[in-house]
Design a protein around this ligand. Structure first.
Ligand code: AMP
Ligand code: MG
Length: 499
């Protein structure tokens, strides 16, 4: 795992501006184990996120690409870093397992110039004490996929872990075929997950659960007052962030694909971009993941699954919520019901903006439900339906789908609803244009970019896609093809976990 030749300090002139303070290593030792990134033959920088580096207070520009690549693949460990792998458990497809960072190493927590604390984590940097039989490695294609989709999510205004860099390792990893290896540097508000709490809770280690709960409060919810009710407030706050997040996913047609409890971050950031994908054609039961046979993580199932995961989180907190277990369960159950209400409310508020409606009125839920029924019947493209509604509102003739009788009837209903609040065309369009992305990372474009990069070493399609998704509410006139759905007759898109 660790090699004696590993350089343990950053040589002079190799410091891009590290400012580490590793609070996680001050938690009880049950929660993590020290780990060292493995040696790679020839690390090579594939992509670096300069604006994100600047936000982190890091400047790699004075360093050579070789030094940057060796820093961002863990070949040189900065003096104040303290690399660890975190322990966690998780319900994976409903079954409980003890896990941990099997292919990720937390380099340390960077304090940013704005005063934020951000985890810098290598993904794919080799085995850790939690790797079980895995090799701890990641392939270039999936790491570039996480890079582009996480950055697209951020640009869409959806809380997400970020991607600082992808470094190709220069060696091959063994999957069904040999694939180029890579390390992604992931940046996160933290890597605290529902599964992090399940890890000590499964051992019935109450002092560790308490330490973790108070750590999470201090790190993510400093506004919560200390006191006996703080853990109930923690549950409520985590539920509220998830309610908002899942609504945001649904509003852009995002399917996370692997909402195991170890992949739900307590910070409210989207985390773990394995088998995720965006809907092209709308269908509520859409699943992309090759292993999600039962549709557990289907598009429309995401709110219910989030609530199920939050119930697992609440279970870990029960002893902290009330001395009387029955009362603790009642208190937790109330919060979980509140999650469902709040999630629906965030969704409906977002749908109103997507439809150019400035006020809330009775019947809005039915209006939105009816739209999705019509979209499903017409096999309409999720993203472009809203853009076409904008265009029709602005005076364009409706396209084929929107001319279908059911769609035409729904549009009359929508116009009547707009009339009922006295909406102007300009007012509605302003709301819609700010809410409806013109560009999402469409599956066929993501695949095209990854094919170019991994098979042909051609990063141009990847960088074009990054440029297109970086400003999703504008359509770059130079990049009109990113609005197009996949060609008719394309195969059903499939995604894979842990590749
Ligand atoms: P995921 O499906 O990516 O959320 O991963 C589930 C668990 O499997 C996590 O604990 C990972 O660390 C672990 N894992 C995934 N791929 C590997 C790998 N190649 N080597 C070791 N552990 C892995
Ligand atoms: Mg995971």
């Amino acid at each position: 795992m660790s090699t004696p030749s590993q350089i343990s300090a950053s040589p002079a002139g190799h410091d891009p501006g590290w400012r580490f303070d590793n609070s996680y290593t001050r938690l009880p030792p049950l929660l993590f184990q020290r780990a060292t990134p493995q040696r790679f033959p020839q690390p090579h920088l594939v992509v670096l996120n300069q604006p994100l580096a600047a936000e982190l207070g890091l400047d790699f520009s004075p360093l050579s690409p070789a030094v940057t690549a060796s820093l961002l693949s863990g070949q040189v460990i900065p003096p104040d870093a303290d690399p660890i792998a975190q322990g966690y458990a998780g319900h994976q497809y409903g079954g409980f397992t003890m896990l941990g960072d099997g292919r990720a190493i937390l380099l340390g927590e960077q304090l940013t110039p704005r005063g934020d604390r951000r985890d810098l984590q290598f993904k794919g940097s080799g085995p850790t004490p939690y790797s079980r039989r895995g090799d701890g490695r990641a392939a270039l294609g999936p790491m570039l996929r996480e890079y582009v989709i996480s950055e697209a999510m951020h640009a869409l205004g959806i809380p997400s872990t970020r991607s600082l860099a992808v470094v190709a390792t220069g060696d091959a990893i063994h999957r069904e075929t040999r694939l180029p290896g890579a390390v992604l540097t992931r940046v996160a508000a933290s890597h605290l997950r529902v599964g992090t709490f399940q890890f000590p809770a499964a051992r019935n280690d109450q002092p560790v659960v308490l330490a973790l709960a108070d750590y999470t409060l201090a790190r993510h919810f400093p506004e919560i007052e200390p006191g006996p009710d703080r853990h109930l407030a923690l549950l409520e706050a985590v539920c509220e962030r998830q309610a908002r997040l899942i609504a945001q996913w649904q509003l852009v047609g995002f399917v996370h694909g692997v909402m195991n409890t170890d992949n739900m971050a307590l910070s409210g950031e989207t985390i773990d971009y394995g088998p995720c994908a965006f809907l092209d054609t709308y269908h509520p039961e859409m699943v992309f993941s090759s292993i999600d046979h039962g549709g557990r993580y289907a598009y429309a199932n995401q709110p219910a699954i989030a609530q199920w995961n939050l119930a697992r989180f609440a279970e870990t907190l029960l002893p902290l919520l009330h001395a009387d277990q029955q009362r603790a369960i009642e208190l937790a159950t109330e919060r979980l019901h509140q999650f469902a209400h709040s999630q629906s409310a965030h969704w409906l508020a977002g749908m109103r903006r997507k439809l150019g409606l400035a006020t809330a009125q009775g019947g809005d839920q039915e209006l939105c439900d009816a739209l999705f029924e019509v979209m499903q019947g017409a096999a309409a493209d999720f993203t472009n339906t809203f853009l076409e509604l904008e265009e029709v509102l602005a005076g364009a003739a409706p396209g084929d789908k929107l001319r279908e009788p059911a769609f035409a009837a729904w549009r009359d209903r929508w116009q009547a609803r707009r009339g009922a609040e006295g909406a102007t065309v300009e007012g509605s369009l302003a709301l819609m244009r700010a809410a409806n992305p013109r560009v999402i990372p469409r599956n066929h474009r993501v695949e095209e970019a990854l094919r170019g990069a991994s098979e042909a070493g051609d990063l141009r399609p990847f960088h074009r896609l990054l440029q297109a998704v970086a400003r999703p509410f504008e359509l770059d006139p130079a990049l009109p093809e990113y609005r197009e759905p996949p060609p008719a007759g394309s195969c059903r898109y499939r995604t894979f976990c842990g590749t």
